[in-house]
Write a protein that binds this ligand. Structure first.
Ligand code: NAD
Ligand code: DAU
Length: 342
């Protein structure tokens, strides 16, 4: 199988590429990534020279580039991870979220239609459902829960989801959508809660907890998400949405304290700061459909996954330190332009 994976230099996309190349060594993977601030080509350094892997720097909104790529490569499937993904940034400046997350998705789907790609998979998020109250643990997000977004980020993802379903109904494009809860694991950009708190604790800096720290997220180890997407792409029913999550709800303060304990740091580093605007209170996924239809269940418990993740950040200080210093952005210049690879 030949896969076009967009956004593969980011957190989940890179883990998905590693997952594919390890599980299906006969498959071919092309990664299209704009290398925004969130894309880090050095993340992919162990696969860059594989004969069945190809990296292309480019924007999913660039119609000409996307059409040329799809025409030349003729992938069997397109899996779209490319997105502006950070809620706080969307509150500062929504416009790029609309371009990449909505327009970019439509450009990819137009290319998929034009070249009759067998599957277009949209990687979406549980944030499209809005939030749930803290005092109703019985309530979960189901696939038919109405879309009810809070931030420009989640609104742009919901807009893309609606467009994906419109392309299915109107044009018969063979689509699937996955809506996953919060991921954690290796290679997550250190602006998101878990890697940010690990990095700050290691640097003995204050850990900024928004509001009262009682907001709940439903955490899933990234590899479990990758396995779910792979199953949906290969065996999921066309035109269907699949929720992905592992019934693992924790509030932010619990996570932060756990990280401090694991690193042997003092809770005095916790610093309560002004809350995020429109801050969603609680997310919780009902994954019954993907379990019943595709047999998916998460393999990594939170206890194991968080320990491994903290250990990974300890062992890969250079990866996140070069991000925090901004130096990672020179990697493409060094690996591609200077070596005449493009
Ligand atoms: P990320 O921010 O780590 O990576 C995004 C990647 O997309 C980066 O490599 C970036 O360079 C690339 N990109 C951005 N704009 C682009 C453009 N216009 N053209 C080409 N490439 C572009 O994001 P992530 O956390 O890995 O999330 C990946 C996807 O999964 C997103 O669609 C996100 O909405 C979704 N998702 C994320 C989570 C989570 O917890 N992180 C959970 C559920 C769903
Ligand atoms: O639910 C899936 C979503 O999870 C994805 O669609 C998004 O792309 C991904 O970024 C993530 O969104 P969140 O907003 O939940 O993740 P974030 O890591 O930004 O924040 C997690 C929680 O931690 C949230 O309640 C806000 C809080 N927080 C976050 C940061 C960065 C803090 O208290 N302090 C912080 O510094």
């Amino acid at each position: 199988m030949k896969h076009l994976v967009t956004g593969g230099a980011g957190f989940i996309g890179s883990n998905y590429i590693f997952y594919l190349l390890e599980k299906y060594p006969e498959d071919k993977v092309i990664c299209l990534d704009k290398l925004t601030y969130a894309g880090n080509l050095s993340t992919l350094k162990t696969v860059l020279d594989l004969p069945n892997f190809k990296f292309v720097k480019g924007d999913i909104c660039d119609r000409e580039l996307v059409y040329d790529l799809v025409e030349n490569e003729r992938p069997d499937v397109i899996v779209n991870f490319a997105a502006e993904s950070h809620v706080d940034r969307s509150i500062e400046d929504p416009s790029i979220f609309l371009n990449t997350n909505i327009i970019g998705t439509s450009v990819l789907m137009d290319a998929a239609r034009k070249y009759e790609i067998k599957r277009f998979h949209q990687v979406s998020t549980d944030e499209v459902y809005g939030d749930l109250p803290l005092d109703r643990p019985d309530l979960l997000f189901h696939e038919d829960t109405p879309l009810h977004t809070s931030s420009p980020y989640s609104s742009s993802k919901a807009g893309a989801d609606l467009l994906v379903m419109a392309y299915y109904r109107t044009f018969g494009l063979p689509v699937t959508i996955s809506r996953c809860s919060n991921n954690y694991g290796p290679y997550q950009f250190p602006e998101k809660l878990i890697p940010l708190m690990i990095a700050k604790a290691l640097n003995e800096e204050k850990l900024p907890v928004y509001g009262d720290g009682a907001n709940v997220r439903d955490w899933l180890y990234v590899e479990d998400h990758c396995e779910a997407i792979d199953l949906i792409v290969r065996k999921g029913r066309i035109g269907e949405v699949y929720n992905v999550g592992g019934h693992n709800e924790r509030n932010n303060l619990t996570i932060v304290k756990l990280i401090l304990e694991e690193l042997g740091k003092s809770e005095d580093l916790i610093h309560f700061v002004t809350d995020r605007k429109g801050h969603d209170r609680r997310y919780a996924i009902d994954p019954t459909k993907i379990h019943n239809e595709l047999g998916w269940l998460p393999k990594t418990t939170f206890e194991k996954g968080i320990k491994e993740t903290i250990a990974w950040y300890l062992e890969h200080r250079e990866w996140w330190q070069t991000i925090m210093s901004g130096e990672y952005q020179n990697y493409y210049q060094k690996m591609y332009l200077d070596k005449g690879r493009v």
